[in-house]
Design a protein around this ligand. Structure first.
Ligand code: HEC
Ligand code: HEC
Length: 151
């Protein structure tokens, strides 16, 4: 019997990951939740490939124009968690990496091809203005912190 990833996760970690409508498992790691939700929501690891998390976690002194530096112990622990739960962790393939070439390292979820195809033409300029930026997932997806990204 072959189970989908979602079904497998639900079996392993029920009931937390089994909640209805969940699109992407939210961050469960305490340090990541605490340190990466100060300026925006803690983005789920499964939205970016391993190389992206490594790039982000090794350039925190220049993080989208902010200094998000951490002590080395927390930094390494958070990087390990994000890498272990990345879109391509364990060599798995993910539809979210659609049209991302292996030599590209996306730094933004909001600029990936899947993201653009889901959002382009779906968001009014008024709504975007209210959210401030496409990085502010929770402004439009009220369930974002729980991994729910329905409208
Ligand atoms: C001091 C504030 C600050 C902290 C702390 C911080 N970030 Fe950010 N982060 C930002 C800013 C600013 C942006 C750009 C947001 C925008 O363009 O609206 C950003 C964007 C991002 C993006 C891209 C979002 C997108 O558009 O898809 C990722 C991924 C990200 N951060 C990961 C992290 C991780 C992982 C941590 C914890 C180690 C972290 N951030 C901690 C300020 C911060
Ligand atoms: C300005 C509003 C807005 C922002 C900000 C936004 N989204 Fe969306 N998102 C939408 C709309 C509208 C749709 C299309 C309708 C729908 O499927 O809910 C959508 C669709 C999606 C989908 C597809 C849902 C499905 O069931 O197929 C995902 C996943 C998603 N967004 C994730 C994100 C993530 C992650 C972020 C932040 C990095 C984000 N969105 C930021 C408005 C937004």
């Amino acid at each position: 019997m072959k189970l989908s990833l979602a079904a497998t996760l639900a079996l392993v970690a029920a009931p937390v990951l089994a909640s209805e409508g969940e699109y992407m498992p939210p961050v469960t790691h305490d340090a990541t939740k605490a340190e990466c939700s100060e300026c925006h929501m803690a983005y789920p690891a499964g939205f970016l490939p391993q190389r992206s998390w490594t790039a982000i976690m090794t350039t925190l002194d220049d993080h989208f124009g902010e200094n998000a530096t951490l002590d080395e112990v927390s930094r390494a622990e958070i990087e390990a968690y994000l890498v272990q739960n990345a879109a391509d962790a364990g060599g798995r393939s993910s539809g979210l990496l659609y049209r991302v070439s292996p030599d590209e390292t996306p730094l933004r979820i909001s600029e990936m091809p899947w993201f653009r195809s889901e959002h382009d033409g779906e968001v009014s300029s008024r709504r975007l203005q209210k959210a401030g930026s496409m990085s502010n997932c929770a402004a439009c997806h009220r369930g974002a912190d729980r991994g729910i990204f329905e409208d």
